[in-house]
Structure formats: structure tokens, C-alpha cells
Design a binder for this molecule. Structure first.
Ligand SMILES: [Zn+2]
Length: 427
């Protein structure tokens, strides 16, 4: 029975994925080449007449040109930080695709909780560019952003590009994300002690709540896991402080799967003159000294990340998305290193009330389209709890049945319940 449900569920996921909008072929994008990049803006969402005016006399083009130049500056900033020298003649120029809005990005890529992404070129671009990739004129690694992507997000994704191209193709996931997060925080102009300080406090609280076993949970397991980004960032900060940034970068370049205690001991001895267990204990000892502010504890207990992800999944059904967006933006803004606790609580309260959802055919269809991403999230996040994933899968099949029967209010209630139950960082 379970197996049958899982199979029909896989089919539903496939159908949902096929229904998503396509970002189109390359000619639908306006390219702006810089030294290392070719920045592409999606014409959809802009007024196409604006693009037909003569370049140089068009203020709109000048604006995009300026945007492309700033991205090049950011790219070079990350290069310097990582002590790298990207050579577009050898590696190929990096194609950047910029969607006009987050909504268009989500529709085109189907990725709801990404906001930005780095990865391979989408098949339709790849096919068009195959010969240029072969000749190393175009990098096979591309970046997908929106016009609203923050400095931090851009710097984070650029770190991945340089990492995959020039440093390490298979580092452990928590350090891969840790490196991008650490670099983004160091370079984005926001005081380090605010952002990195909060990371340390969250990791300390996680350590107290749950314990952290780096080998079992992060080195050996791989993939995305609870606190992947925070744990990686904190551990990198510790190693950088202990042995210097250059040494960390050399160590990082040397990390390759699979890991066991013996291999890690050898690696850490070589670079840090101490065994793995000793360094892990030292890192945890440092965390024990971290002072946790009341606001950070409240943010941790609010599970601000959880509230954010719930918000994203519930967004298609919200009766007043503008209001929720405002609450969300206020809640996550750091003011002198502190979250806006009151706005966080208000957002949480807003999402906890199913009365704030709208059950129409239109909202339900939108939510259904995002359902497969909800499933991927649940599957990844709860991968050590297969029964829970199965239980969610059953509910997901039921969602499709409710939709087919036109029972939109019941659909909305069950979708909301699923988000409340399964989108969590601790059950
Ligand atoms: Zn990342």
C-alpha cells in the first residue's frame, strides 16, 4: 500500500514539475559581457521596446550596464578574498541569469526556497552553448539571481562558482555552504559581529539542545542537513582564527569524500598539528564561551528560519501576501545585530492562523504547483525519519484528490496543516 502511494506520488511530482514556466531560450535574454561574466537580463518583465533603442543613449540599458559592472566588481572581490585569479580565457566566462522579480524566478526555475542558485546551465541554454562550453569560452557553471538579490546572496553564489571552478569539486556540504556563507558575511558590508555573532549563538544553542557530532552528522553524511550553513560557517571561523585564512583555504582544497576518523585525523594533523577529535572539542569549547543574548535565544526559539520557510510555502495561499511580506522583511532585518523580535512574533502569529488563507481555485492551483518542492524539502530535511516522509507523502496524494474534487477549502486546510507539521527544524 505504502509503495503504491509512493509510486503515484512520484508521478504527481513529475506532473507538477512539468507544469512550471520555462525561462525560454537565450535570445529571450539581453547579454551584458564584463571581464569574467556575461550578465543576462530576462526581457520578460521589462518593456521590450526599451531594448530596441540605440545602446548608449538608452538610460534603461545604462542602468543594466551599471548593474553588470557591479556584479563584476563583486566577483573580483570574492576572487581576492579566496586568493584566486579567475581566468576567463581558460575557464570560460560565467553566465549570470537575472530574473526581473522573485516571482518570475520561482515560476521559471520552480525553486521556491532558493531565491538564488548556482549550478549547471539549464538544458536549453546548454544545448545552445555546447560548442562554446567545449571551447572553454563559456563556463559550465551558471548563476541564477533576481534584480532584488542582496549583496550577501550574490557574494555567496559567486563563492560557489569560484569554489567549484578553482578550489574543490567535492568538499563536504557543510563546509561548502560554510565557505560561501562566511565569505558573503565577511564581504557584504554588514558588521561581521552581527551576522557571524548570531551564527555562533545559534550553533551554541543547537549544541546545547541536540549535540553536534561533526563526523557523523556533517562530514560523513554529506548533503543538506539541520544547521548545515551555520555549523559550517562557525567551524570555518574557528579554523581561520586558529591557523590563518590561507592555511584554511589550502586545507579546504584538500577535503574529499569519503571521510572516516582516520582520514580526518591525518588531514587535521597535517594542517593544524592536532587530531580531529581534539580540534572538534576545541571548537565546542570556544562555543561554550559564546554569550547568548536574549534576542538571539528568542530568534532561535522563534525558529526564524522555520518561519521564513513556512512563509514561502504558504505564500501562494495567503489572502494578504503584501502584509505578510512586510512582516517578513521587518522580522529578518538586523538592527544592530538583533532581529526584530516583535515582527518575527507577528509573522509567526499571522502564519499560524489558517483564517489568513484564501481558498480559491487560483490560490489552490498555485499551492499545488509548489507542492513538489514542499515534498523535496520534507524528504531532504527529514531524511533520517522515513516514516514521517511517507506520512507526508500520503497527505500529499490526498491534496491532489481534494483538488480534483474541487474541495478547495479542505485542500487549503490540509496544505496549511502539512506546512505546520513538516516544515520545522525540530519536530
Ligand atoms: Zn550556497
Amino acid at each position: 500500500m505504502k509503495k503504491l502511494l509512493a509510486a503515484s506520488f512520484a508521478l504527481l511530482v513529475l506532473l507538477a514539475a512539468l507544469a512550471l514556466a520555462s525561462p525560454g531560450a537565450l535570445q529571450e535574454w539581453l547579454p551584458f559581457p564584463t571581464t569574467d561574466l556575461v550578465v543576462h537580463f530576462w526581457k520578460d518583465g521589462f518593456n521590450p521596446n526599451l531594448f530596441e533603442q540605440v545602446e548608449g543613449t538608452n538610460p534603461y540599458i545604462a542602468l543594466l550596464d551599471g548593474r553588470a559592472a557591479r556584479l563584476e566588481e563583486d566577483f573580483q572581490k570574492v576572487e581576492r578574498f579566496l586568493r584566486l585569479d579567475y581566468d576567463p580565457a581558460a575557464q570560460g566566462k560565467v553566465y549570470i541569469f537575472i530574473y526581473p522579480t522573485l516571482e518570475r524566478y520561482e515560476e521559471a526555475t520552480g525553486c521556491l526556497i532558493c531565491a538564488a542558485d548556482v549550478g549547471g546551465l539549464l538544458p536549453q541554454f546548454r544545448d545552445e552553448l555546447m560548442s562554446l562550453i567545449g571551447a572553454r569560452e563559456v563556463s559550465p557553471i551558471a548563476v541564477y539571481l533576481t534584480l532584488d538579490s542582496s549583496d550577501y546572496v550574490i557574494l555567496h553564489e559567486f563563492t560557489h562558482v569560484l569554489d567549484f571552478s578553482l578550489i574543490n569539486n567535492s568538499p563536504p556540504t557543510f563546509l561548502l555552504e560554510g565557505l560561501a556563507t562566511y565569505t558573503g558575511y565577511r564581504l557584504d558590508g554588514v558588521p561581521d559581529e552581527w551576522q557571524l555573532g548570531l551564527v555562533e549563538q545559534f550553533v551554541k544553542l543547537r549544541l546545547e539542545d541536540h549535540g553536534i557530532d561533526l563526523l557523523r552528522d556533517y562530514f560523513a553524511k554529506g548533503g543538506y542537513w539541520k544547521f548545515t550553513y551555520n555549523v559550517g560557517t562557525s567551524f570555518i571561523k574557528f579554523l581561520a582564527k586558529r591557523g590563518g585564512w590561507e592555511r584554511f583555504l589550502q586545507f579546504y582544497a584538500d577535503l574529499h569524500y569519503p571521510f572516516d576518523r582516520e582520514k580526518l585525523d591525518e588531514l587535521f594533523q597535517e594542517y593544524y598539528g592536532a587530531g580531529f577529535a581534539e580540534l572538534e572539542a576545541e571548537w565546542k569549547g570556544g562555543l561554550a564561551q559564546v554569550e547568548v543574548t536574549e534576542n538571539a535565544r528568542a530568534a532561535y526559539e522563534f525558529k526564524l528560519d522555520q518561519v521564513l520557510i513556512r512563509y514561502i510555502f504558504l505564500r501562494p495561499l495567503l489572502a494578504d501576501p503584501q502584509r505578510a511580506e512586510e512582516l517578513f522583511e521587518t522580522a529578518r532585518t538586523l538592527v544592530k545585530g538583533q532581529f526584530n523580535e516583535a515582527a518575527g512574533a507577528a509573522l509567526r502569529k499571522y502564519l499560524n492562523d489558517p483564517g489568513n488563507l484564501l481558498a480559491t481555485k487560483e490560490t489552490v492551483e498555485k499551492a499545488l504547483k509548489y507542492g513538489s518542492y514542499l515534498y523535496s524539502y520534507v524528504q531532504g530535511y527529514h531524511r533520517d525519519e522515513p516514516e514521517l516522509v511517507m506520512e507526508f507523502g500520503d497527505g500529499y496524494v490526498q491534496l491532489h484528490e481534494l483538488y480534483s474534487a474541487g474541495r478547495f477549502a479542505d485542500f487549503t486546510r490540509l496544505y496549511w496543516q502539512s506546512v505546520q507539521t513538516y516544515v520545522t527544524w525540530r519536530r
